[in-house]
Design a protein around this ligand. Structure first.
Ligand code: NI
Length: 176
């Protein structure tokens, strides 16, 4: 496995529209393993293939929630792979999360998205899933699916807010 470099805004490659995966082969399995390792290392809870420069419709998500509400409760890993994901339906009811992105490091902003979605996808064994998702998983999947269309979470903000985030990012990069 390998830790891959993560593209950061405003890298134009993040604006690529990713293409569907056509074959589940060894190369794809290696990419998925590398994406998980890269995401855990970062650390983050979701990563799209385009964020490591591969314009394919592949996402990995692991919310890494704690076993209980206690602060020191052990984190449970639940790695999920979404290949060629689709949103079939989104609720009118919206929810707001303070989102971040490994491609917009250290920057967070509130984004409103449908609270519940019906989604379909293929896992790494090629099995098709169709499920209703809500909570953080629904938000995370929508955020990651935006990456497949070349969209970043900051695109959901007002122009003023977006420019502020990009400026802060630039400043932080200069200071590093
Ligand atoms: Ni992201």
């Amino acid at each position: 496995m390998a830790i891959l470099p993560i593209l950061e805004a405003p890298d134009p490659r993040l604006r690529t529209i990713s293409t569907p995966v056509e074959a589940i082969d060894d190369e794809l399995q290696t990419l998925i393993d590398d994406m998980f390792e890269t995401m855990y290392e970062a650390p983050g809870i979701g990563l799209a293939a385009i964020q490591v420069g591969v314009p394919k419709r592949i996402l990995v998500i692991d919310l890494q929630e704690r076993e209980s509400d206690e602060e020191d409760a052990p984190v449970v890993r639940n790695p999920m792979v979404f290949i060629n994901p689709q949103i079939l339906e989104g609720s009118e009811q919206l929810s707001i999360y303070n989102e971040g992105c490994l491609s917009v490091p250290e920057q967070y902003a509130e984004v409103e998205r449908p609270a519940t979605i019906r989604a379909s996808w293929m896992d790494r064994e090629g099995r098709i899933h169709e499920q209703t998702l809500d909570g953080l998983l629904a938000t995370c999947l929508q955020h990651e699916m935006d990456h497949l269309e070349g969209i970043l979470f900051i695109d959901h903000l007002s122009r003023l807010k977006r420019e502020m985030v990009l400026k802060k990012l630039q400043k932080a990069r200069r200071a590093a």
